[in-house]
Design a binder for this molecule. Structure first.
Ligand code: THU
Length: 129
């Protein structure tokens, strides 16, 4: 757990967030144990902004990985990490690939302070075709 959160904190350093100043890092653990990290990448047109969680998922899926165990996320302005939970769009992306009952979302304020929920708890009625 601690290692995954540390990876999210490290990934956050690369966040590109000149508009909100809110920098987010994510570390996505795959079935084989490999970790894909991500950060938020903002855009002056705003809507092309990509969240840290989706950056991590899209990196993994683009490399052929679709089996995921858990994700750790951290975020905040400046150096202080605050309470954070994934946005609805990111939860819907997770719902495309992850089992709602077992995929864990770790929302961390530090390596020792975190809240853990399943995808199904955060998105009980995700859309599926
Ligand atoms: N953001 C994320 O990267 N992940 C979240 O879970 C919530 C929001 C980003 C989007 C935007 O760049 C900034 O945080 C402020 O909304």
């Amino acid at each position: 757990m601690e290692q995954l959160i540390r990876q999210a904190v490290k990934a956050r350093r690369n966040a590109y967030a000149p508009y909100s100043g809110f920098r987010v890092g994510a570390a996505l653990e795959c079935a084989g144990g490999k970790i894909y990290t991500g950060c938020n990448i903002e855009n002056s047109a705003f809507s092309p902004t990509n969240c840290a969680e989706r950056t991590a998922f899209f990196k993994a899926v683009s490399e052929g990985i679709r089996d995921f165990h858990r994700i750790a996320i951290v975020g905040g302005q400046g150096e202080t990490l605050v309470d954070i939970s994934p946005c609805g769009v990111c939860l819907q992306v997770m719902a495309e690939f992850c089992d709602p009952g077992s995929f864990q979302i770790i929302m961390a304020k530090s390596v020792t302070e975190y809240v853990c929920r399943t995808l199904g708890e955060l998105l009980p009625m995700g859309f599926h075709l």
